[in-house]
Design a protein around this ligand. Structure first.
Ligand code: XMP
Length: 513
């Protein structure tokens, strides 16, 4: 067992997931609970997570120094490394350069933490790592040595091998870090544990479905069904668990993409005979969003409107439980742990009203998208659904900067359709996590025929990712971008400029709002 102490990083849970994938049980604990918790659990090592605070700030989350004397191996990641340095009389300062995204780590010294395939391990070895920090360790504590460095941070990896204490500024849990999983496996071995690879299995899915049957009993249940990967799989699991006690509800918010409702009817109603109830709530949503420009307000209003509509349906069906396809990244970005910051209120988590009259059933809440897709494969869902690109619950509303109107919705929906068609024609869907259009709200000057034009700007966003805790903008071929651009400005006359978003996450998020 590894204890992960959570200082509020967006990726703390991801560390847990990575350990789970290599069969290492782990628990995530608050710093203040740690010493109490370890009285009752047997654990073999400790990971100090990253976090959004600076260690030298007043009220920054911390841990008692006695942690370094308990004799268990410790790995500090990002804030965790800085905390080790801070508590052991090293020095942490705001870095001259903040780093978000890719960097190159030069491994300076052989270390049990950095045992990587030998062909890559001729010192000084260079590996690609993922950074997300503003502060850095400037002076390492006594007894430590620097085992890795980058162009901007002198002490990107530090170690006290005698005491088995390690600190790294980069995030090994993020898949963009080369050998990240190997580095975690190495730490696990330092803890005298044996890592073995273990992906999501059929037994686990069968167990989850049996758990749903048990927990629901004879209650009636409704489901928030959007036709997307997560809600489809969550609803299918519940349908398999309780059959006719379950009614999936599809709310057409008017914020959906072109053709979405028809596609959903085709697959689920026709193929699976699931009795999906379809409700047209377009005017309700757009009316509630009238005059609202703040992204967080939009998200809250959409969450509230979904829930109000679903609660009305729950009453009609005598349902006590509502199924949602919430997955872990939704939870963590909505400030799912004590020290984490709210990045954006996902409509199905942070966007929910406080006074909900119905309890939630969220079978996928602990899973990441690729794990959810694996569950879909195990359940034999068609590839067209399992591999669908994600689409956020608040829909096109968070892809329109400023007030949401029917006209803007129409523009961004048409642009989105063009983008998706061209990407499919170029056979690029499978390489991308998501690709879509944004109505930026910026008007620019152009020329059409011999006339001056003053029109809208559409942005295109295409990203590659595996778990969406981090992502890269996709390097789409110029010809494909050009086709998209030409079609948008030709077919949608109110648009006269198309731009491409070249921001990674972090620091950008995938959606603009
Ligand atoms: P961000 O923008 O946070 O997006 O980098 C990460 C992934 O989550 C999707 N997303 C949402 N999904 N409800 C959802 O069901 C939401 O409120 C929501 N907001 C963002 C986004 O499309 C991306 O795949």
């Amino acid at each position: 067992m590894i204890a992960i102490i959570d200082f509020g990083s967006q990726t703390t849970h991801l560390i847990g997931r990575r350990l789970r994938e290599i069969s290492i049980p782990n628990i995530i604990v608050e710093p203040a609970e740690f010493f109490e918790k370890i009285k009752t659990i047997k654990y073999d090592g400790v990971i100090l997570s990253g976090g959004p605070t600076s260690v030298y700030e007043k009220d920054a989350p911390t841990i008692d120094k006695k942690i370094f004397d308990i004799g268990k191996p410790i790995l500090g990641i990002c804030y965790g490394e800085q905390l080790i340095a801070h508590l052991l009389n090293g020095k942490v300062k705001s870095g001259k350069k903040k780093e978000y995204g890719p960097a190159t780590l030069t491994i300076l010294k052989k270390s049990p933490l950095f045992k990587i395939p030998s062909s890559s391990y001729e010192l000084p070895a260079k590996i690609a790592v993922w950074m997300n920090h503003g502060d850095e360790v400037q002076k390492i504590p006594n007894g430590f040595e620097t085992i890795g460095t980058t162009d901007t941070i002198p002490h990107a990896a530090i170690a006290n091998e005698m005491k088995n204490i390690y600190g790294i500024q980069f995030h090994p849990e993020v898949l963009h870090t080369q050998f990240g999983i190997q580095i975690l496996k190495n730490f696990v071995k330092i803890c005298q544990l044996v890592p073995t690879d273990k992906p999501i299995s059929k037994d686990l899915v069968t167990q989850k479905i049996a758990d749903i049957t048990d927990s629901v009993g004879n209650m009636n249940v409704i489901g928030a069904f959007s036709g997307g990967v997560d809600s489809s799989i969550a609803c299918l699991m519940v349908y398999m668990a309780i059959g006719k006690q379950f009614t999936p509800i599809y709310i057409d918010s008017g914020l959906m993409r072109e053709g979405e409702t028809e596609e959903l009817k085709n697959v689920f109603v026709n193929n699976y005979q699931m009795k999906v109830k379809i409700i047209d709530a377009t005017y309700r949503f757009i009316n509630n969003l009238k005059g609202v420009t703040d992204p967080e307000k939009k998200r809250k209003i959409i969450g509230q409107t979904f829930i109000e509509t679903l609660q009305e349906e729950a009453e009609k069906h005598g349902a006590k439980l509502l199924v949602q396809g919430t997955i872990y990244p939704d939870v963590i970005e909505s400030a799912g742990s004590k020290h984490s910051k709210n990045i954006k209120s996902h409509h199905n988590v942070g966007g929910l009203p406080k006074n909900m009259k119905i309890a939630l059933l969220e079978p996928l809440r602990d899973f990441y998208k690729d794990e959810v897709r694996r569950i879909g494969d195990i359940l034999d869902l068609p590839k067209s659904i399992v591999n669908r690109h994600p689409f956020p619950g608040p829909g096109l509303a968070i892809r329109i900067i400023g007030e949401v109107t029917h006209v803007k919705l129409n523009t961004v929906r048409r642009a989105d359709q063009i983008v998706r068609e061209e990407i499919s024609k170029a056979n690029l869907d499978k390489d991308l996590w998501q690709v879509f259009a944004i109505f930026t709200g910026v008007k620019t000057t152009g020329v059409r025929g011999d006339d001056r034009a003053y029109g809208e700007t559409i942005a295109i966003r295409a990203v590659e990712s595996l778990d969406v805790m981090s992502s890269n903008f996709a390097k789409l071929p110029w010809e494909v971008l050009e086709k998209i651009s030409v079609r948008i400005v030709t077919e949608i006359t109110e648009v006269n400029r198309v731009v491409y978003d070249v921001t990674n996450k972090p620091p950008g998020t995938v959606e603009w709002e």
